[in-house]
Write a protein that binds this ligand. Structure first.
Ligand SMILES: Cc1cc2nc3c(=O)[nH]c(=O)nc-3n(C[C@H](O)[C@H](O)[C@H](O)COP(=O)(O)O)c2cc1C
Length: 516
């Protein structure tokens, strides 16, 4: 296997950049799983690596959506999850792929791209920018192949990423209508300091059925000194493992990236020869269950592997399945499903026990802390720990709680301290929003004092019972009055929250740096 250093050493400026960078993923002489929306989720990536792929790209994830995500370590699955505000897992990864997974993003904004790159930087091997997607949802936001007509924007995004993160940065392009324009663009891209460039040898308006332009990829490979990854050979050139080398030779590229051929059968990366699709589907399901993959995503990928058999009786049964359990049933893998679920459940229970033990309050300086995260779904609508604490302070004739909040600059996360009865309480965990950080602080206080916090299932909570009674009473009123009173009901907690937030003291300014 060739080393990636000789190519890098050819350019002086490039060498300086690379030397300042952590020794990272090398893109020379590699077989690569291409980024594929809906296909390139964790099970497919792990499977491709098992079969022999050297590098795997995740599906393209849009910067705006990713920027809103929270990074959560999932101790039950052993994964790192990036979770959207609506609780959807946008990106799930694990240590097994950490040194070989490339995070691909869709972006048209250098600063936003950097925020996202920094969010995932420590969990991936490299970051890639998609500059080839011709779909309208991508191009209308200036992303994907729209970037190809804006080289200044390309340079701004790539330079910002190269200078802003410690991991290698790459991009994936389509070719331009002329060889000269394509070569001139990739030279500009190379000068930004990217570690490699993937070239899909089709023009923006060309469809997957059109032949791939190996001559364009070859011209690119000859004109730059960074590794070029050839892509676009699935339909007409690459059918077997050996064909990957033929494609590499035909393009003069350093590495080869496969999308559709790998989607149809990821065992194409196996040097010893591909496995049957049936075997591969079972391997895929094992990862899907083990990593709790979204069942619709699991089904989608299996249907891609079935190809024209998707309309067969078997394909129809698969199509009817709604859960990973039902998918396992279709494949006669119910025992595997039950065993894996039982293992995960046992791990969850063991973690819960150790978590309960670690949730004892600790005194740090003059603040009582606990590792608590506020989960909105654990509380009924309109009920919150802050309200409970306020009610309690009134009952005890104490000054009402005061919340002080800090924000970290590196990830803009929040941490609040609540002061009540001259004591301070804080969660050791940082939250995505100021509101959640305040709720977490309130939870720490309530738990330390042994008070109810309003969680679903807290049977003897006075506030919950009172509200239930009030709602019942209002149901017998006439419509208008009922509406007015219901409005009043729902406004009360809102007002109380507003009142508490007004008294919140924000340390270092809401967006300012923190001293910690
Ligand atoms: C289902 C599917 C999803 C794709 N999603 C992406 C994507 O998220 N990002 C990207 O850069 N290209 C995406 N592509 C394009 C592929 O990465 C690749 O460039 C193209 O399919 C040509 O390679 P092939 O001939 O090996 O299929 C996708 C292709 C397919 C078939």
């Amino acid at each position: 296997m060739l080393s990636c250093w000789p190519a890098v050493l050819r350019g002086g400026r490039l060498r300086m950049m690379m030397m300042n960078r952590e020794e990272g993923l090398c893109f020379s002489r590699k077989t690569v799983l291409a980024p594929m929306v809906r296909v390139g989720t964790l099970p497919m990536r792990l499977l491709a690596l098992d079969y022999g792929a050297d590098i795997v790209y995740c599906e393209e994830l849009i910067d705006i959506k990713m920027a809103r995500c929270e990074r959560v370590e999932n101790d039950v699955l052993g994964t790192v999850d990036f979770i959207a505000p609506d609780e959807r897992v946008m990106f799930r990864t694990c240590s097994k792929e950490k040194s070989r997974v490339v995070f691909q993003m869709g972006t048209a904004d250098p600063e936003r791209a950097l925020v996202v790159a920094k969010l995932v930087e420590n969990d991936v091997a490299a970051v890639d920018v998609n500059m080839g997607c011709p779909k309208e949802y991508s191009t209308k936001g200036g992303m994907g192949s729209a970037l190809l007509s804006d080289p200044e924007k390309i340079e701004a995004i790539l330079r910002t990423l190269v200078n802003g993160i410690s991991k290698p940065v790459t991009c994936k392009i389509r070719i331009l209508p002329t060889l000269e324009d394509t070569v001139s663009l990739v030279k500009r891209i190379e000068n930004t300091g990217v570690a490699a460039i993937a070239v899909h040898g089709r023009m923006r308006e060309e469809r997957p059925r059109h032949p791939v332009h190996c001559d364009y990829i070859q011209a690119v490979a000859e004109s730059v000194s960074i590794p070029v990854i050839a892509n676009g050979g699935s339909s007409d050139i690459v059918k077997t493992f050996e064909d990957m080398e033929k494609f590499r030779e035909a393009t003069g590229a350093s590495s080869v990236m496969l999308a559709r051929a790998a989607m149809w059968n990821p065992s194409i990366f196996r040097q010893q020869g591909a496995l049957s699709v049936e075997e591969v589907m079972e391997d895929y399901i094992r990862y899907a269950v083990r990593y709790d993959n979204n069942p619709f995503n699991t089904k989608y990928c299996l249907c891609q592997m079935l190809r024209d058999r998707v309309e067969s009786p078997f394909g129809k049964r698969l199509h009817a399945a709604q859960t990973n359990e039902e998918i396992c049933e279709v494949f006669g893998m119910t025992d595997f499903y039950n065993k894996t679920k039982a293992e995960l459940e046992a791990r969850r229970a063991a973690l819960q026990t150790s978590c309960d033990q670690s949730e004892q309050p600790k005194l740090e300086d003059d603040v009582i802390t606990m590792p608590v995260r506020f989960e909105r779904r654990d509380y009924p609508p309109q009920i919150s720990p802050k309200m409970y604490l306020l009610e309690w302070s009134r009952k005890e004739k104490l000054d009402q709680p005061v919340y002080e909040t800090e924000q970290r600059t590196q990830d803009r996360a929040f941490q609040s301290t609540v002061i009540i009865d001259n004591k301070k309480y804080r969660s050791a965990m940082w939250e995505k929003s100021k509101k959640f950080a305040e709720q977490a602080a309130a939870v720490v206080c309530l738990r330390t004092l042994g008070l109810p916090e309003g969680r679903i299932g807290e049977e003897h909570s006075g506030l919950v019972n009172k509200r239930k009674r009030d709602v019942k009473k209002y149901t017998v009123l006439d419509d208008n009055e009922s509406a007015a009173r219901k409005r009043h009901m729902s406004e009360v907690p809102q007002e109380e929250e507003e009142e508490m937030i007004c008294r919140t003291k924000v340390v270092n300014g809401v967006c300012g740096p923190t001293t910690r």
